[in-house]
Design a protein around this ligand. Sequence first.
Ligand code: RIB
Ligand code: CA
Length: 318
Amino acid sequence: MEKEQIIIDCDPGSDDALAIILALHSEKIDLKAVCSVTGNGALDTTTRNGCNILSLCGRKDIPLYRGSGAALDEKIPHTVSAFGDDGLGGYADTILSDKIEERMHAVDFLVEYVNDHPGEITLFAIGPCTNVAKAIRRSKEFAGNLKRLIIMGGSKYTGNMSPVAEYNFWADSQAAHEVLQAGIKEVVMIGLDVTNKIAMDCNMREILRILDTRLSTFVYNITKEGLDDNWRSRRKAVSPMHDVLTVAYFIEPSILKLKPAYIDVVTKGIAKGQSIVDINGHWNNGDCNALYAYEVDVEEFYRLFFKTVFGEDITEIR
Ligand code: RIB
Ligand code: CA
């Protein structure tokens, strides 16, 4: 099977870690590079976590490019993460490695690599969109040369930073707006409307503990703080898994149901970071700039995640 080339732009982050881990275990994916951005921690934290996650999976050969430490407006977004101070639920120190980042800046890398491989690269934006927006500003060809952009961000019906705003779009709303307006051929917005539904419950986490491998134990550990945070703030005993759904969708598109939509992001005021999702471009002369994910097959997602990463058939062990 010919693998598809992808780049992950992210702010690891426990759920970013899961996305990288799933990508590295898929026979459909050739992960070319990881780029870091501020989000689930300061840039030093997300960059170091990215290097260490690649090492944990035995892929020190995959380059990590350090990206933007602040949003387009040069302000550093709020980086208090549901995954704790180190972004990995207090377990970042359990995967320390000697892998070092590349010297090139993430934005320079994105522009160079995507323009050298026109129509070949699927880019995942699973942190604030700053690096991607800067690449679009930097190069006229960049947006047109992307094969596809898969974003974890936004939502139609809910928020996690305000009643209406999701974190990645809120943290750099101008960047999210510019990315959505850039004319990229295929943009898939996978937001809270579906990612909230795949939050991991305690039974599922228990399977990770029982599997008792270094990787399953790591995933068990880094999902603990998210679970505790959800319990403290919402009385829900589930752990956020948002970003991993982007990679699961790429591997098995039938996991999500999508509708064409015209999507834009509010950049100022009380609704800053809100994504306005106009299904079928009803209010926009029928023009659409993205695909909006409105439904997820949760069973199928977990079947795919456990099978791909751990080789276990969840339907048999549950
Ligand atoms: O709102 C969820 C998103 O914010 C995820 O990408 C998570 O990692 C954080 O960046
Ligand atoms: Ca993220």
